[in-house]
Ligand binder design. Structure first.
Ligand code: FAD
Ligand code: MLT
Ligand code: ZN
Length: 477
């Protein structure tokens, strides 16, 4: 889909010309100014292949100074810019809408320092999450964030979306573990908030504005993250469950019985398991049930952790809260169970055009949304599935259909947003608003909050060159 489908008009920006390209080549070198259409194809299309822009320029700076010079030039010339990390975003925020210049962190991939005593890692924004995590293992540390796109997403992108993911239950949101951010503002000013301090109450915390602002307020160039110790003992259980209410009882019992070692609680429904089996040939290690729950523990004493976990599993099987289950203590088995959960997003891409929703809801109504959506759509779909971060009250509702069409689009939206607002939820728990959801912001945020967001945008980026058509509702482009 393109801007036309969404009925968006190009803002009053300049178009990059030969002298702009010369200026960029002068800053980053010839090889790092890409103008070849075939090379730009991947950068113009999002991960789920639902939105496509038409940028003709991709810039690959290596340093903060280069980013600063590029943005100063773009601001003076009123050239619009789309910041891009690993391009794994799921709301169309990471790709241009028209001909915005793509500014990529691809080459900004240096780890600057790791302090094994404080656990603070400082690195450039283009470090890939999985690679950063592997590097940290040498220091017995891990990144406090994990998600299915770890092999491609960049830490700068993670911070710009305030990504949640699979470890949030244990380590909290990036708003707590990100200690510092360095960002370049639209006019080229370098905002150095790259603190390594755990505590710093000297006035307003400007870095929080960069976290989750999806490239609309500044370009993140470096980050400082508080990283936890690598757990000495990790175990995973995969359970088959008949009813969603039982998942909630299991969640409560897991919190009570596993306490401090509980590190993840995820769920998928039976249709998700069907899809990862059908499209990716992944094998479900237990029988067939309506729901599946993945519980992970991370602790420091394997004997203690395994005893706790075995007794928990024995209890829930005896009481029939879970109908079946398997415990994984070895790395390969744990990986294959995690893969079943993490691959749902990919399996859906093979099932047709995907309408993707990511909502926060009170846990007791979470799965009602999936039932109600199925009823409401009266078979207009290939699949309607529910999965997500059960322990965080975050449901991923996805609808696939043979291809995009307006009838199904208008049957789904605003239905899902109205449903969410009616149940006091958030229309974006972790993916952000990007291009696709920005005009639905008022289902979750008050008019006053939105007005303040706009004032902040105007202060940081008066020419509106940073990621236009994203996050803020349409009427200010
Ligand atoms: P991009 O997709 O490149 O960009 C995302 C947004 O950030 C865009 O608006 C972009 O303009 C902006 N941006 C990127 N880099 C910068 C920068 N340096 N400065 C300023 N702005 C920038 N998300 C979750 O929260 N939890 C999950 O569990 C999760 N799982 C996923 C699983 C899969 C298989 C996939 C494909 C995606 C998943 N996501 C998840 C969504 C996505 O991976 C995250 O949003 C991720 O944080 C994006 O990082 P990225 O580097 O790919 O950013
Ligand atoms: C996940 O939890 O799997 C991701 O957020 C991706 C998705 O929503 O599909
Ligand atoms: Zn998720």
């Amino acid at each position: 889909l393109t801007a036309e489908t969404y009925n968006v008009k190009r803002g009053n920006y300049s178009t990059a010309n030969a002298s702009d390209l010369d200026a960029f080549r002068n800053i980053v070198g010839d090889n790092n100014v890409v103008t070849e259409a075939s090379e730009l194809q991947g950068n113009n299309v999002d991960w789920i292949k639902t939105v496509r822009g038409q940028s003709t320029v991709l810039l690959k700076p290596k340093t903060t100074t280069e980013v600063s010079r590029i943005l100063k030039h773009c601001n003076e010339r009123k050239l619009a810019v789309c910041p891009q990390g690993g391009n794994t975003g799921l709301v169309g925020g990471s790709v241009p809408v028209f001909d915005e210049i793509i500014l990529s962190t691809q080459r900004m991939n240096e780890v600057i320092s790791v302090d094994p005593f404080s656990g603070v890692m400082v690195c450039q924004a283009g470090c890939i999450l999985e690679k950063a995590n592997q590097d940290l293992l040498e220091h017995d540390l891990i990144v406090p964030l994990d998600l299915g796109a770890k092999g491609s997403c960049h830490l700068g992108g993670n911070i710009s979306t305030n990504a949640g993911g699979l470890r949030l239950l244990r380590y909290g949101s990036l708003r707590g573990s990100v200690l510092g951010v360095e960002a370049v503002l639209a006019d080229g000013t370098v905002l150095d908030c790259l603190s390594k301090l755990r505590k710093d109450n000297t006035g307003y915390d400007i870095k929080q504005l960069m976290i989750g602002s999806e490239g609309t307020l500044g370009f993140v160039t470096a980050v400082s993250i508080l990283c936890p110790q690598k757990p000495k003992s990790v175990n995973v259980v995969f359970l088959g469950v008949d009813k969603f209410e039982d998942l909630l009882l299991l969640l409560r019992k897991a919190k009570q019985d596993l306490g401090e070692i509980l590190s993840a609680v995820e769920f998928v429904d039976s249709d998700c398991i069907g899809l990862v089996g059908k499209h990716l040939k992944l094998v479900n290690p237990i029988g067939e049930y309506e729901f599946y729950m993945l519980i992970e523990t991370s602790g420091s004493n394997s004997q203690h952790d395994e005893e706790k976990l075995s007794s928990f599993v024995e209890d829930i099987i005896t009481s029939q809260l879970a109908k079946d289950g398997t415990i994984a203590t070895d790395f390969n088995k744990m990986q294959s169970i995690w893969k079943l959960r993490e691959s749902v997003a990919e399996a859906l891409t093979h099932d047709g055009y995907t309408f993707k929703y990511d909502v926060s809801l009170p846990a007791h109504v979470m799965y009602d949304m999936v039932h109600d959506t199925r009823k409401h759509l009266k078979g207009l779909y290939n699949s309607v599935v529910g999965y997500g971060h059960l322990g965080d009250g975050n449901l991923h509702l996805n609808v696939t259909c043979p291809e995009y069409n307006k009838t199904i689009a208008s049957a789904i939206e605003p239905f899902v947003y109205e449903w969410t607002a009616k149940h006091n939820g958030s229309i974006s728990a972790e993916h952000g608003l990007g291009f696709k959801k920005r005009n639905y912001i008022s289902y979750t945020k008050s008019k006053e909050s939105i007005n303040f967001m706009m004032k902040i945008k105007q202060m940081f980026d008066p020419n509106m060159i940073l990621n236009p058509y994203k996050t803020l509702p349409g009427n200010i482009d």
